[in-house]
Design a protein around this ligand. Sequence first.
Ligand SMILES: NC(=O)c1ccc[n+]([C@@H]2O[C@H](COP(=O)([O-])OP(=O)(O)OC[C@H]3O[C@@H](n4cnc5c(N)ncnc54)[C@H](O)[C@@H]3O)[C@@H](O)[C@H]2O)c1
Length: 401
Amino acid sequence: MKVAIIGQGYVGLTISAFAAEHFEVVGFDSNLNIVNQLNQGHSHIEGIESSQLGKLIKSGRYRATTQGRDIQGSDIVVIAVPTPLSPDRKPELSFIDAACKTIGQNLLHSALVINESTSFPGTLRNIIKPAIERYSSTQIEHLYAISPERVDPGRGDFNQKNTPRLYSGITSEATEKTRLFYSKFCDNLVEVSSPEVAEAAKLFENTFRQVNIALVNEFAQIAHSLGINVYETLDAANTKPYGFMKFTPSAGVGGHCIPVDPTYLAAVAEEHGAPATFIRRANEVNLEMPEYIVRRVAADNGGTLQGKSVLVVGVAYKPNVADVRETAAELVIQHLRSQGAVVSWHDEVVGSWKSESSAPLQGADITVVVTKHDLVDEKMILASAPYVFDTTGKVKGAKGL
Ligand SMILES: NC(=O)c1ccc[n+]([C@@H]2O[C@H](COP(=O)([O-])OP(=O)(O)OC[C@H]3O[C@@H](n4cnc5c(N)ncnc54)[C@H](O)[C@@H]3O)[C@@H](O)[C@H]2O)c1
């Protein structure tokens, strides 16, 4: 069986590596650099080792391509392309449309098309299926299904194999073929009654995280104003064995999912006349955290940051990954610079970002920890400046939320 995966990023390459243990996989990506790297056996994704990729290439079970025609003859096509927000923060489905074009123009016999890209309910049925049919020069009927991706890059305990996976097809044949495909490399498959339920569940999962992170970020501000330690308070609340789940405060949310997916849900809700007040406000609270943090840092340093050298530690959006998409560090740096601070950043995992490179972990007036990778030494952070503000709760002895 031949499987084509459209998009070879975090989601697409991960699924490619698992599927290639069982099927012939063609990884299609529009980015030639990524494709060249992959074909040379270099993985750009945490969790997929280059050695593993090299073995799959050598065995002939995986190859990457930028050529749409290489997906011809596929029995299954998985869509794993970005679904970001437009500059006016609306769902941006142009990548999905481009993927549909590749599929429509190149799939010349009936196949199962599975969408793994996150989008609002109705995307598979009302957008993907009609688009592929529109781009197709023949009248072939494909099968359509959804199986939202839950991969958490960089995570060791949960992976493709042991993370339960939702799935549903537009027809029962599509549902069954989807089950058979994923059952090769996923132990726990959960069928739901329609693609729309699976699409909505994915958005709700990430909205749940976004709202709870916003709540704890607001609570951190309340606790500080009351002179109470937020971490001790959260640990105390967490002793309740039911009805409570602990989230910890931070500089905000980042990555491709938590800052983005809830806005997809809010957009579709509002389009249908349903309220999304909570979701919208949660997003604002998280986006306001960097400014709050910079205010706290300034207050502790004589009320001004003018001319002070500030080192931001960790610009990736979360520990142990190089991903800087929607990172809260960007807003922290912006606010620091708008206060006249001279800002550099240290992040050896990211290396370079926005034409700047990781600076040494030393010699600053002020250090602000946004993300703490495991490889960064706590003692070195504390020694990097006379004043250290930690937004992660991981650096003992630093000032913090
Ligand atoms: N990253 C995660 O942790 C995660 C988890 C669950 C779901 N998702 C969802 O999965 C989808 C993909 O996310 P990602 O993190 O893998 O993105 P990514 O940016 O890491 O990878 C996407 C890849 O698609 C390629 N691409 C863009 N347009 C294309 C096209 N028309 N044809 C072929 N390739 C194209 C890009 O070059 C890139 O390599 C998104 O909808 C995202 O919300 C991501």
